[in-house]
Design a protein around this ligand. Structure first.
Ligand code: FAD
Length: 434
């Protein structure tokens, strides 16, 4: 093989992708070529024509059927039950697949691999009772319903999850929920049937044993929706609404894991959820670089192609270097998750959670610059890409909190008794979620 033939992650990585993983990656690339890229325009035209900004363009059902028929379905859960639908690929094998899907915003959904359902399915799979799994996990795995994760609250700083106030109180064989959330992404989708809610069962317990998570039927009496924030002026499909829980009664069996387990579960959920965002973000950056180069080859300034200006070549070269660095970091973390487990890889998961979206933002920003005015319009995907990528510096825990947890562990290696704060700081190893 010539060096110039090497175009993809698995060919240049030092990690051992399985033959099945390589095969699935090829199939996903073919699926993108056959079904996703040719339908990009159609998807957005259908979306623009919808009355409800949170509804799903009709073409999505066709794409899902085509993906499932090819066995490209639920590719993100390594530890699914043997008879559950999905490929059961490792995190490492899934990484380049997710990168491919990241190149088009709606592609992951077609393969039932999109956030926030991926993280939510992980939680239900690990912590749901048999009844909860039957009611919500099975239809989620089948792509029939969608879900939302409801932790962040408008009235408290939720990047410190010990601040959250929603109460989950036991009453006989039910729990009663009272409180207000927002940024429960996806909750306004007509297909969203289950909310995973984090609240306090024991406000007087140790700081990180006060919380629990519970699966809640989205149509339960007592649930209502408030404001629906736009993001940088965009309506994200599914929304990030305020959700008001007023005396919402939930069967006790719906508790996930048990009372006091909320923090520990958020750790389990957020590892996979976070790395999936990073894998997709590499794909976003690749697409932005491709657009940057194509544009620079189309237009001339001062007597030469934009691509012939050294400054632009510097932007292209830096982007290639930074994408390749970030990709190897993500693959390393995927390998760690597969080999030592999500909890032991928490430090490195925080590392990619900070570095990859920042890298992708820089690449997108350069691509916008090379496009001139067109780069900030709706006529290229770049502006929307940037807006979405910028949110990843906040969602699933802000950069600063992840850096704090990394620094804490690093400092403790040299000073085991070190404490960040005068309060019990056990909870800060698990930054706020979303
Ligand atoms: C697009 C999007 C989607 C989201 N989806 C979900 C979802 O589905 N479910 C959900 O529950 N939540 C979701 N969230 C919410 C997200 O998880 C929270 O916004 C995040 O955890 C931060 O909480 P906060 O907004 O309350 O900010 P705050 O906690 O008020 O923090 C504000 C800022 O304070 C600074 N800060 C905080 N701690 C430190 C520190 N230790 N050191 C230095 N600076 C610090 C940071 O700059 C931080 O951004 C989403 C957010 C976005 C933007």
């Amino acid at each position: 093989m010539n060096r110039t033939d090497i175009t993809s992650t698995e060919e240049i990585s030092v990690y051992g992708f399985t033959d099945e993983g390589k095969q699935k990656l090829e199939e996903v690339r073919q699926f993108m070529a056959d079904h996703i890229y040719p339908n990009e325009e159609e998807y957005y035209e259908q979306y623009e024509a919808l009355d409800n900004v949170h509804a799903t363009p009709a073409i999505m059902d066709k794409l899902k059927a085509a993906a499932r028929e090819r066995g490209l379905w639920n590719m993100f859960i390594p530890h699914l039950d043997p008879d559950a639908p999905g490929t059961k690929l490792s995190n490492l094998d899934y990484a380049p697949i997710s990168e491919e899907l990241g190149k088009v915003p709606f592609a992951s959904e077609a393969l039932n691999c999109s956030a926030p359902d991926t993280g939510n399915m992980e939680i239900l799979n690990l912590y749901g009772s048999d009844a909860v799994k039957e009611r919500w996990l099975a239809p989620l795995l089948d792509g029939e319903i969608r879900s939302a994760f409801s932790m962040t609250e408008p009235d408290v700083a939720s990047s410190d999850a010990s601040n959250i106030e929603l109460r989950i109180q036991r009453d006989g064989d039910e729990y009663v929920l009272n409180g207000k959330k927002w940024f429960s992404s996806n909750a306004l989708r007509p297909e969203c049937k289950v909310l995973i809610v984090m609240g306090k069962t024991d406000p007087d317990g140790p700081r990180h044993r006060q919380q629990a998570m519970i699966a809640v039927d989205s149509e339960s009496p007592g649930i209502s929706f408030g404001r629906d924030p736009k993001v940088f002026g965009y309506h994200d499909r599914g929304g990030h609404p305020e959700v008001i829980y007023q005396d919402v009664r939930v069967p006790a069996d719906n508790i996930l894991g048990g009372e006091g387990e909320g923090f520990a579960i958020s750790q389990a959920r957020l590892g996979p959820g976070r790395i999936h965002h990073c894998m997709r973000s590499i794909g976003v950056a690749e697409r932005a670089l491709e657009l940057m180069i194509k544009r620079s080859l189309q237009r001339e300034t001062f007597g030469r192609l934009v691509a012939q200006h050294g400054v632009v070549q510097d932007q292209i070269a830096r982007s290639r270097i930074e994408i390749d660095q970030a990709r190897q970091y993500v693959l390393y973390v995927a390998h760690l998750m597969d080999t030592v487990g999500n909890k032991s890889a928490a430090q490195e998961i925080s590392g990619i959670k900070v570095s990859v979206p920042n890298m992708a933002l820089d690449v997108i920003d350069r691509a916008i610059q090379v496009h001139g005015a067109a780069g900030v319009t709706q006529f290229t995907p770049l502006a929307h890409m940037w807006a979405h990528m910028r949110t990843l510096r906040i969602a699933d825990g802000p950069d600063e909190v992840h850096k704090m947890t990394i620094a804490r562990r690093e400092i403790k290696r040299h000073s085991p008794d070190f404490r960040m704060f005068d309060v019990d700081d056990g909870s800060i190893s698990r930054p706020g979620v979303g």
